[in-house]
Ligand binder design. Structure first.
Ligand SMILES: NC(=O)c1ccc[n+]([C@@H]2O[C@H](COP(=O)([O-])OP(=O)(O)OC[C@H]3O[C@@H](n4cnc5c(N)ncnc54)[C@H](O)[C@@H]3O)[C@@H](O)[C@H]2O)c1
Length: 256
């Protein structure tokens, strides 16, 4: 029970159906619930998220779906207010919502650039900004921001995604420094290539799959649970002296 009595809000948590490919958010929701947390799932995919919420509840867990587009400040205010109204407090925030466009600098349009920055950078900023006052009320908290290895290194295939994930990385450090005195920790996670709904289409193309797998020293893709394990660690009190850090979960990809 590593999160016993804690209340956690996870964005991008719609894909949490047992027997289907889960996302990091969905896999974390199950892990958090098993470890004693009350879990708030937020996403724009309402049908999928409601199915995940129902399954979690059928297993006896406290789970609540709140529709949230992370780009919208008013929706953030409502989601956090509803969380506190339902469960009494907020201890953990996981900023995980995202999507990835594969465009080079010249291929990327301004719309794509803005969309990437809105969902990842603005979304993470808004969630953090509105979670902090609630965390302060309960003597602290943990914010886990899902960046990417693409927030650490460049690639041939993406542009705006790198910038947006890089923004999350450094924003996390600013948050960590500014709120350490309030016992609010903030850390980023940098997953490598993982099997989730976001990369599902890539998985179906054997040539592309082989190309990506060849870049990974462990010669395989990560599972959502392997990233959720890291999220759980940073969310829990086991990481009580860790803030402003970067946890890379990539099978060795960025070690070379
Ligand atoms: N899968 C990978 O290989 C990989 C690697 C590195 C980083 N990531 C990052 O991990 C995070 C989770 O992705 P995933 O791979 O688990 O896939 P996923 O599709 O399960 O998760 C992303 C979720 O974010 C939601 N979302 C998108 N825009 C949103 C918005 N405006 N408001 C609220 N929700 C929104 C989607 O509906 C989706 O459910 C993303 O930020 C992604 O960029 C993924």
């Amino acid at each position: 029970m590593r999160l016993k009595g804690k209340v956690a809000l996870i964005t991008g948590a719609a894909a949490g159906i047992k027997g289907e490919v889960m996302g990091f958010g969905g896999a974390s929701a199950w892990m958090f619930a098993r470890e004693g947390a009350k879990v708030v799932l937020c996403d724009i995919k309402e049908d999928l998220a409601r199915r995940s919420e129902t399954q979690l509840r059928e297993h006896g867990y406290d789970a609540l779906f709140i529709p949230l587009d992370v780009r919208d400040e008013e929706q953030w205010k409502r989601a956090i207010a509803q969380t506190v109204k339902t469960y009494g407090k907020l201890n953990v925030l996981v900023n995980n919502a995202g999507q990835g466009y594969m465009n080079t600098v010249e291929q990327a349009t301004l719309d794509i650039w803005n969309h990437e920055m809105d969902v990842h950078a603005k979304g993470t900023f808004l969630g953090t900004k509105h979670a902090i006052p609630e965390m302060r009320k309960v003597g602290g908290g943990s914010i886990v921001n899902i960046s990417s290895i693409y927030g650490l290194v460049g690639s041939q295939t993406s542009a705006a995604y790198h910038a947006a994930k890089g923004a999350i990385r450094i924003f996390t450090k600013a948050t960590a420094i500014q709120y350490a005195k309030d016992n609010i920790r903030a850390n980023s996670i940098h997953p490598g290539f993982c099997i989730t709904p976001m990369t599902h289409r890539l998985q179906e193309d054997p040539d592309k799959l082989a190309l990506y797998t060849a870049k990974v020293p462990m010669a395989r893709w990560g599972k959502p649970e392997e990233v959720a394990d890291g999220i759980l660690f940073l969310a829990s009190d086991e990481s009580s002296y860790i803030t402003g850090s970067e946890l890379v979960i990539d099978g060795g990809m960025t070690a070379q």
